[in-house]
Design a protein around this ligand. Sequence first.
Ligand SMILES: Nc1ncnc2c1ncn2[C@@H]1O[C@H](COP(=O)(O)OP(=O)(O)OP(=O)(O)O)[C@@H](O)[C@H]1O
Length: 632
Amino acid sequence: MKGAMMEAQVLNPDCELGEQCLHQILTDVIEEVKQSINQDTVGAEFLNSLLNAPWLQSLLKVYECLQRYLRDSPTPTLGCASGLSFQLLFDIRSLPGCSEEANELYSLLQQPHMQTLLSAHDVVAQKDYDPALPPMPEDLPDDEEATRIVCLVKNKQPLGATIKRNEVTGEIFVARVIHGGLADRSGLLHAGDRILEVNGFAVDGMEPKEVIQVVQSRSQGTIMFKVVPITTRPVNNQTMLYVRAMADYSPQQDPSIPCADAGVSFRKGDILEIVDQTDALWWQAKKLPSTMDCAGLIPSIDLLKRKQRELWWSQPYQPHICMQTLSIVEEEEDLMAIDDKCVEADEEAFESEELREEDDNFTTNEEGIYIAGFRLSMRLCRRQFHSSTQACCHTRCPSSCYSTLNCPYEEVVRYQRLPQDAHRLLALTGPSGVGVNELRRRLIEMNPNIFQGAVPFTTRAPKAYEKSGREYFFISSEIFDSMVYNNRFLEYGEYKGNLYGTSIESVKEVLNSGKICIIDIEPNAIQAVRTHELRPYIVYVKPPSLERLRETRQDSCIITNYYMNRSFRDEDFQEMEEAARKIESQYWQFFDNVIVNDELHDSCIQLLTVVRKAQDEPQWVPVSWIRPITES
Ligand SMILES: Nc1ncnc2c1ncn2[C@@H]1O[C@H](COP(=O)(O)OP(=O)(O)OP(=O)(O)O)[C@@H](O)[C@H]1O
């Protein structure tokens, strides 16, 4: 702007900057910009439209006037022009015969516009800007309460306040003012104000419902409240808080909510902006993304915990997944009796299958680059745990088993990975057979320089062709146990007497190398993966409809506990659908993204988009990942 002014000064030498003739300067600048528009410059067009804007022109004119006023600092020649005009009117009227000019002056001074102008002149001249209040009535009783008349102009929006009745006195109070609602924006109604009248109706003794009827009888227009304002208003020192809901909530199904219409319903995984926590039981929040100004009621963390606990106790007892120990798994393995109808693949069979994998290029890509983390034993070991009654939890479990009960809202912040930060771990999960490994493999194959799997650990002996650190890290049972003891595994388990596990170190090694680590995890390992060092982005691979499964998996094969690569059957699809339902009901809140694996090609493209999003776009992540809680 300074540059523009200098330029303008050159254009019009008659205009001195000292005289503040900005308007003239601007006109010259516009002229200059017009010429540059001929050169088809987009920036110049924009500047032209900006400088031509009527509001800017008017503003500058006002500015000039004010500058002139400040410079001249005029003083009024008289302070009571309206008084003088009355005197004149009186004098003219009392003249026996008056000239034409006197008559014209009389009619001019009599005009309301002129009188208002003179009166405004006097206010400015006398600097008498305070409102004139009527004198206080002298017979006011000493105990008279100060009342306030509040007029709100209601449109179709709700008023944004709830009321309650004092059961002893029958008085009606404003219970709460909803953040961002009409009442809140007016700044005139506050929680604790006692309502005396609504639209002229005295409300003392009325039921809250009746009061609301009076309010609602006027859906639009002015609503007048006569209130006794609360004397000590709580200081509003609210800070904005963002949380991820870990439970579902429906105000319509909650008999304890003070006003269901003011409630906000939410589902697991929704992000809520909490704007008011004044009330110990009912907070005010907005569900994001939101275009609404007005917040609504949600249960506070303590109240929601209580509700969750009540619900939990009212449900039939189920042994919790985290209560199982390794010995139980061993028993589970015994339960894996050989089904007459199945041919159980024995160790040898698996070995030969593993060899065949190599031949099939299953773990090497076209360039012969080895892809870690797809070995059958590891996959079968995990699958066995998953399919065996879902009762085992061989995952590092830093949070409590009842984490949802302990923390129905998880505090989150917006996190944008910086280019110099390690990539976020990409963890895929889904029901067995849905295609998690297929998608993962394709992604790594497409771009082995960008994506890499984590090399698992095992206690089994290496085969002749295997290399430690490639297929597996081969370690002793003692070392494996100590790693378990030290919580170094994201998940681990036993298969045919050997232990297998994915360690945090394996994942970190990939991340530290600058690549994107992509792993598949069982849903019950999600909690273990969600740490600030890995900052995982969790993608749920969801099966499409049964119909689409039948259509798309016609030529695909499934690896079951007993069969290698057998064709999908209808019961596999049904099992997959059932497993998906269970996973979604338990873990939905942890999913950052969902891919419905319908057409494989489309799913791969979707996954690539998701990966880019995960690494390059801001995401809501637990606050503890950004500000780790230090233990004292
Ligand atoms: N969208 C798809 N269309 C057709 N076939 C698919 C699709 N996705 C995966 N498949 C095939 O389904 C079979 C099972 O997929 P995959 O092995 O990836 O399952 P998974 O989810 O890893 O399950 P598990 O962990 O139990 O092995 C494979 O033969 C795979 O090629």
